[in-house]
Design a protein around this ligand. Structure first.
Ligand code: GDP
Ligand code: MG
Length: 713
């Protein structure tokens, strides 16, 4: 029989860091709540029969959120052998609220006070022996980040396995304890003995799930209710509040006896001082914009851009191309094979691979921003802004994750408990440029807007703007009306990012990207090459007479109003639906980097296909039309229903098309001397309609008086 140790604690207390340290695995350490929705298993290092389970971060065991449901069901139903409760030593009060509940489950608990490095740095002292003694369990100070005492904590947990929980800490006062004792007595034959205290408290709180589960008969319920009511009358409060208040009173008393603070509470820590600037009401957004612009500037425009140029021009353009040519000649390869290798594969896949340096740099910086604690602040800042429009910061977390890839972003929206808000977030979160879209941005800016510092970050901010504005407009429709979810988040102290973690994150992204280039992008490039090299009778032909040209010409009328009447851009847009990088791979193949044509010549080919304005429209269309196939499938699955999936994809299709259309039509009229015609009139009408939907007053304020009261509590 294997032993199960469950890691339980508040979001951001360092559970995943500890889990990785104990199991040697590399789960994603997110710096915000909700990254771990499902529990994860791993084996304790050096033990083949000890399973460590990373539960989602929770503040309590009352199932208000999906994470709390997962954690509560696991702890109550599956009963781990021991709970390793991780608490953030710099915030005992908040963290111990959960501890008082865990101690009621009748399972041995070991308390690991994490972030002990920070506690010590602040000059504070926590009397761990006394803490353990008071709570009738063992307590140990650890630092998951610095790997101090982690294995010792696990050993301590192992040594507690099988111990009977004899006594509960004295959390509740006389009259509450009295009522609880009555409840325990009445249900003692109906529930597992070790869970008696837990069920008694839940019944006292009139927890609907427990009421449903136990199905006590009416007479017994009335009897219990009598006790609860007596208590409520005596304390002049409702039973739920009584329990909450007494837990906090108890925690306050304990903290008074175990925590010795060196500095006065009013003295600000370094983190607080940084936050005073970074989350300042006026400065917060400009600082965020500045930081992201700098990130794009370094990773896309300058250093990353130079590296990509080198990979494309020198590495693939000369070395690989020359080697391939020499090899082809040496084996006297037929012309078609030569063509396939050089144009189709090196041209298409090579061009996409050229972006690896940029992707790596971009993710290096994003990982640094996240691990240092800055991105958690961004979610906090965004919550403040979103809230004014009836959105919540909870929606911003999937969006942040979406800057890596849309698929985990869509899945991360599971943590949003409000159904309308969750659906809306699924629908909008892929508008933030993911790594594949970053490639499109980078390619188009370097070919059409070289030297522009702002074009690339502008696309990132446009993504955020489109999400916020769509969110505002959608919230006013009856489909998505509702009040925003509550968003509580711990802001972890800033720290210097762990280089190993950052590099691992960067490498994982690059690896995923390279694998995708070698598989999906490769396949699509070969297909594009094939159909653009042969005609219907399978004779090798000039590209303009190929099957691809026929197909492209047939659909190009749809793209004409976007300035993309050239059949090659139409094909690129369609192929990008398989994977967004294909937009670039396809343009490369179709502009035949043929017979050793250099990257510069390919750029000339692409420039001859479209004007800079059309290129902007091409980029916008690819950024805002539906995401790649895998992301679309994920959207459909997470929506859980065909109609909602259809609504989401159609919305993206219409939005992407209309945006590109308006940019092309109005941009041409304003800046390129196009006459004002039907296209411009339609674009103006679209913009006015968009403004109307964004600014009209919310038509049906569905929030009833009762709900408003609830929200105010
Ligand atoms: P989870 O939400 O509980 O899984 O927490 P994570 O493991 O994702 O950690 C949240 C943040 O706290 C990360 O930025 C960690 O690097 C940081 N962290 C975790 N443990 C420690 C620690 O012992 N000391 C310090 N200073 N930071 C830590
Ligand atoms: Mg975690």
């Amino acid at each position: 029989m294997s032993v199960k140790i469950a890691l339980a604690g508040n979001p951001n207390c360092g559970k995943t860091t500890l889990f990785n340290e104990l199991t040697g695995s590399s789960q994603y350490v997110g710096n915000w709540a909700g990254v771990t929705v499902e529990k994860k298993d791993g084996l304790l290092k050096g033990h083949h029969d000890v399973i460590i389970q990373d539960l989602p971060g929770i503040y309590s065991l009352s199932p208000y959120s999906p994470e709390e449901k997962v954690a509560r069901n696991y702890l109550v139903k599956e009963k781990p052998d021991v709970i390793l409760n991780i608490i953030d030593g710099t915030n005992l009060e908040r963290n111990m609220y959960l501890t008082t509940q865990l101690l009621e489950l009748g399972i041995p608990v070991v308390i690991a006070v994490n972030m002990y490095d920070v506690v010590e740095k602040n000059g504070d002292v926590i009397n761990l022996d006394k803490l353990g003694e008071t709570l009738h369990c063992k307590a140990i100070g650890i630092s998951a980040l610095h790997k101090t005492n982690c294995l010792e904590a696990a050993e301590l947990a192992l040594s507690s396995v099988g111990m009977k929980v004899k006594e509960h800490p004295h959390v509740f006062s006389g009259s509450v304890e009295h009522a609880l004792a009555h409840i325990e007595e009445s249900v003692s034959d109906k529930v597992d003995n070790h869970l008696l205290r837990w069920y008694a408290v839940k019944l006292f709180e009139r927890d609907p799930e427990v009421d449903k589960e136990l199905k006590l008969d009416k007479a017994l319920m009335d009897h219990l209710d009598g006790h609860i009511k007596d208590c409520e009358e005596e304390m002049d409060d409702d039973s739920v509040s009584i329990i909450i208040n007494q837990r906090y009173d108890y925690i306050e008393r304990i903290i008074g006896t175990v925590l010795y603070r060196k500095k006065g509470e009013d003295q600000m820590s370094v983190s607080d001082r940084i936050d005073a600037v970074v989350t300042n009401r006026i400065l917060a957004l400009p600082i965020f914009f500045l930081i992201m612009t700098l990130v794009y500037y370094i990773s896309v425009t300058t250093i990353g851009g130079w590296a990509t140029d080198w990979v494309n021009d020198v590495f693939f353009g000369e070395y690989v191309n020359d080697a391939a040519n020499v090899f082809m000649q040496s084996i006297a390869a037929p012309e078609w094979l030569h063509n396939l290798i050089v144009d189709g594969i090196i041209g298409g896949v090579g061009t996409v691979l050229g972006f690896v340096p940029q992707i790596m740099l971009l993710f290096f910086f994003l990982a640094v921003l996240e691990d240092s604690g800055y991105m958690a602040r961004v979610a906090f800042i965004m919550d403040r802004i979103f809230r004014r429009f009836g959105l919540s910061g909870k929606s911003f977390i999937p969006i942040l994750i979406g800057s890596g890839c849309g698929v985990p972003a869509v899945m991360a929206s599971r943590t949003i408990e409000n159904e309308q808000e969750r659906r809306m977030t699924i629908m909008l979160c892929t508008f933030i440029p993911c790594s594949a879209k970053a490639v499109i941005i980078s390619m188009i800016t370097s070919v059409f807007f070289p030297g522009s510092v702002f074009m690339a970050p502008a696309m990132y901010f446009l993504g955020i703007a489109v999400i916020v504005l769509s969110g505002i407009a959608l919230r006013k429709t009856s489909l998505f009306a509702g009040k925003p979810s509550t968003f509580v988040m711990e802001l972890p102290a800033y720290h210097v990012p762990a280089l190993k973690g950052v590099l691992r994150h960067m490498w994982e992204k690059a690896r995923g990207f390279i694998i995708k280039a070698g598989t999906l992008i490769f396949t699509v490039c070969v297909i594009i090459w094939f159909f653009s090299s042969f005609d219907l009778s399978l004779h090798m032909t000039d590209i303009e007479n190929s099957m691809m040209a026929a197909f492209g010409n047939a659909i190009s009328c749809f793209f004409e109003p976007l300035g993309l009447g050239n059949w090659k851009s139409a094909v690129a847009v369609i192929s990008a639906e398989m994977a967004k990088e294909n937009a670039i791979g396809t343009l490369a193949v179709l502009n035949g980097v043929s017979d050793g044509a250099s990257d510069a010549q390919m750029a000339v080919g692409i420039r001859s296909m479209m004007t800079p304005l059309a290129a902007l429209s091409f980029m916008i269309l690819n950024l805002f039309d539906p995401p790649c196939l895998v992301a679309m499938v994920t959207i459909a699955r997470e929506m859980g229903n065909k109609m909602w999936a259809a609504i989401a994809i159609s919305f993206q299709l219409v939005l992407g098309y209309c945006l590109a259309f308006s940019v092309y039509q109005l941009g041409g009229w304003l800046f390129y001397g196009m006459p004002f015609g039907i296209g411009q009139a339609v674009a103006v009408a679209l913009c006015l309609a968009a403004l109307y939907f964004i600014f009209r007053p919310a038509p049906h304020s569905k929030v009833s008086g009762k709900e408003r009261e609830g929200a105010a509590v």
